[in-house]
Every structure is written in structure tokens, then in C-alpha cells.
Design a binder for this molecule. Structure first.
Ligand code: PLP
Ligand code: COI
Length: 365
């Protein structure tokens, strides 16, 4: 495979780039290029092209603007001390992207085309990969339906884009525990719905619940299952872990994926493995709101945290709901969340051996 390269004719100066990289925050600044691939039902996937990052044009009748065929992904590239640049488990993102496409009746981009797009963009824009602690280059692939047709059926034309955003901390407060609002009235996903897909509509539908959480003085919403409003599913756009303690040993529990209503997080999966590497028990099963409440009361639950690519691990410090307010721990990040966060970041930044083969070299050292 080859990619047609059409780089910008007006590159930024080193000084201008350094300024933009000063305090990147999350999702506000973008590198100078993007990868674009068109798909048509007749011809399938067209060639990949690297073009300057910038606005795209869409027909006002483009299907995505009306019926929401839109999926995306998110993963990170890290600059290692030896100068090489790696990404963390990008095939897992490519496979989830394909699964999301299937759920939305969209065409699947082959995994090798997805990985090639990432490699070419990261190579072109390698100067944009930050190197300070806690920083990375967030890669955002997306696929949208572009056919100008108002009938309701899968679009015959699509546009794949992959662009990148230098990133610092996702939550401006750092690893400070967040306060969450348990949503009883809005749900994120129902059985048979799109909860396992990373599709735009899931996030649109979450915003009003997130606003309600803010109104209640909370940072984030916690989702319950749609049927019984009893089982804990996720926190905002992150998976959730409970740390139980038995006989002095931690036991991690995270809601199981069986219900088909959770986003199968790659951070979640990685933490299950890392916890077992540390000799801890790690279990996937359902956890009810009552078990959460009682576990805090009896002291069986020591910590609760959320995890995802953007924010890595975020401890939950206070839980508010119509049932009342509960405190988790002492208002600081707990030792288990802290240990796992450090270990995961050490793997990603190449400070400890990559024993699971999770890192893919994008730019050689
Ligand atoms: N849950 C939701 C709804 C998400 O949007 C994300 C983010 O991608 C996650 C969980 C965490 O997934 P990952 O660890 O793959 O980033
Ligand atoms: C995550 O990485 O945890 C996310 O949910 C990404 C978000 C910006 C959609």
C-alpha cells in the first residue's frame, strides 16, 4: 500500500509549533496534516491521501448530517526517551472501529489500512508528538456517511479521516478524584442498541445527562442499565472499576460486557491484565448500586475509579444520587488506582518492558 502525500506548502515554524505545544490541554490543537480515504459502494475503498489538516466540504444532504452514520476512535502515540514514537494497542482500536462500522451498517476499513494511516500521519507530523510527562499525541480516526440522499438507508458513500491532537491532561484538575451523579432518568445504552459501538449518537445522547450531573454539582455522570436501573455500567465516556479488599488483598471488579451495553474499553482490558500481572484478582461481573452503597458502608469497597484512553485513570471521590451522597475513600487518589495508573503509563512511555506486545513502533528510535 502507498499513500499519496500532499503535504502543506506553508508549514509552521518550529517556534510557532513550540508555542502551540506549550499547554495543549485536550482536543483543542491539531497537527498540520490528516489522512483521507473515500469509499463508494461501487469501487470500495479508494487510495489513502495525506493532505493539510483543514475543513472539509459536505453536501447539506449528506446522510451523516441527518441520520447520524458516524463512528470514531481514539488512541495515543507516545515519544519514548530513545526518540522513537509508539502507539498503544492500535490494532484493538482498528478492530473496534470495524465493529462500530458493522453496527452502523457502514463499510469496514481493513485493519492494515487503519494502521498505515496512523503510521504515515505520525511520521509526517512527528514533531507534534509532545514529550513531557503526561503528554501524548491523541489520534482521532472517524468515518462519516457523505452520500447526498434523504432516503433512510445505509449511505453509498463515506469519508474516512484520521487526524491528531497533541494532548496533556484530559481533566484540568489532574488526578484529583471526581464527583459523580448517578443518572436514574437518562440511560446511555439499551440491550440491542448501540452501546458497544463508538458512534457519534451515543455521545450526543449523553450530553443532557452530563448537564444534569453538572447542575447537581458533579463532574461526571454514572450510567445505570436501561432495564432495571439497578446495575452500574460506565462513567461518562469511561469504564468503571471497583476495588474490593479481602484479607488484605485487592480484588478488582468491573462491569461485564455480556449485556452488550458497554463500550469495550481498551484501557479496561489492559487494566484487567495488569492487575492479574500484579497478582491481584480481577473479575468481570455485574455490580449493583446497592452493592456499591453497602460496600462503602461496610468498608469492603476501598476505591472506585474510571478508565479510558483520554484520562487514563480517574478516581471517583464522591457519589451523589437521588438516594443520597456517599464518600469513597479519603478524597485522595487511592493506592490501587495510583499503582495501576503509574504502571500503565510506564508501559506506554516505555519505562518498563512491554511484556504483552502492546506497543507498535510508528517512528523508529
Ligand atoms: N466508554 C466509553 C463510552 C468511551 O467513549 C470510552 C472511550 O473511548 C471508553 C469507555 C474507554 O475506552 P478506551 O479505554 O478504549 O479508551
Ligand atoms: C476516552 O478516551 O475515555 C474517551 O471517552 C474519549 C472521549 C474524548 C470521547
Amino acid at each position: 500500500m502507498t499513500i499519496d502525500l500532499h503535504p502543506t506548502q506553508t508549514p509552521l515554524s518550529d517556534e510557532e509549533r513550540r508555542q502551540r505545544l506549550q499547554s495543549p490541554g485536550f482536543g483543542r490543537i491539531f497537527t498540520e496534516h490528516m489522512i483521507s480515504i473515500k469509499y463508494t459502494a461501487d469501487k470500495g475503498w479508494g487510495p489513502s491521501t495525506l493532505v493539510p489538516y483543514g475543513p472539509i466540504t459536505l453536501d447539506p444532504a449528506a446522510a451523516v448530517l441527518h441520520y447520524g452514520q458516524a463512528i470514531f476512535e481514539g488512541f495515543k502515540a507516545y515519544r519514548h526517551a530513545n526518540g522513537g514514537i509508539v502507539t498503544f494497542r492500535p490494532e484493538a482500536n482498528a478492530l473496534r472501529f470495524a465493529a462500530s462500522a458493522r453496527r452502523l451498517a457502514m463499510p469496514e476499513l481493513p485493519v492494515d489500512r487503519f494502521l498505515e494511516a496512523a503510521r504515515v500521519l505520525i511520521t509526517q507530523d512527528q514533531a507534534w508528538v509532545p514529550s513531557r510527562e503526561g503528554e501524548s499525541l491523541y489520534i482521532r480516526p472517524l468515518l462519516v456517511a457523505t452520500e447526498a440522499f434523504l432516503g433512510v438507508r445505509p449511505s453509498h458513500e463515506y469519508l474516512f479521516l484520521l487526524f491528531a491532537s497533541p494532548a496533556g491532561a484530559y481533566f484540568p484538575g489532574g488526578v484529583k478524584p471526581v464527583t459523580v451523579w448517578i443518572s436514574d432518568d437518562y440511560v446511555r445504552a439499551a440491550p440491542g442498541g448501540t452501546g458497544t459501538a463508538k458512534c457519534a449518537g451515543n455521545y450526543a445522547a449523553s450530553l443532557v445527562a452530563q448537564s444534569k450531573a453538572l447542575e447537581q454539582g458533579c463532574d461526571q455522570v454514572v450510567w445505570l442499565d436501561a432495564v432495571e436501573r439497578h446495575w452500574v455500567e460506565e462513567m461518562g465516556g469511561m469504564n468503571i472499576f471497583f476495588v474490593f479488599e479481602r484479607g488484605g488483598y485487592p480484588r478488582l471488579v468491573t462491569p461485564s460486557l455480556e449485556t452488550g451495553t458497554l463500550l469495550p474499553g481498551i484501557t479496561r482490558d489492559s487494566l484487567l491484565t495488569l492487575a492479574r500481572d500484579l497478582g491481584w484478582e480481577a473479575e468481570e461481573r455485574r455490580v449493583s448500586v446497592e452493592e456499591w452503597d453497602e460496600g462503602l458502608e461496610t468498608g469492603l469497597i476501598k476505591e472506585v475509579f474510571a478508565c479510558g484512553t483520554a484520562a487514563v485513570i480517574t478516581p471517583i471521590g464522591t457519589v451523589k444520587s437521588k438516594r443520597g451522597t456517599w464518600e469513597v475513600g479519603d478524597g485522595k487518589a487511592g493506592p490501587i488506582a495510583t499503582r495501576l495508573r503509574t504502571l500503565l503509563l510506564d508501559v506506554q512511555h516505555g519505562r518498563v518492558p512491554d511484556t504483552h506486545g502492546w506497543l507498535t513502533a510508528m517512528v523508529p528510535a
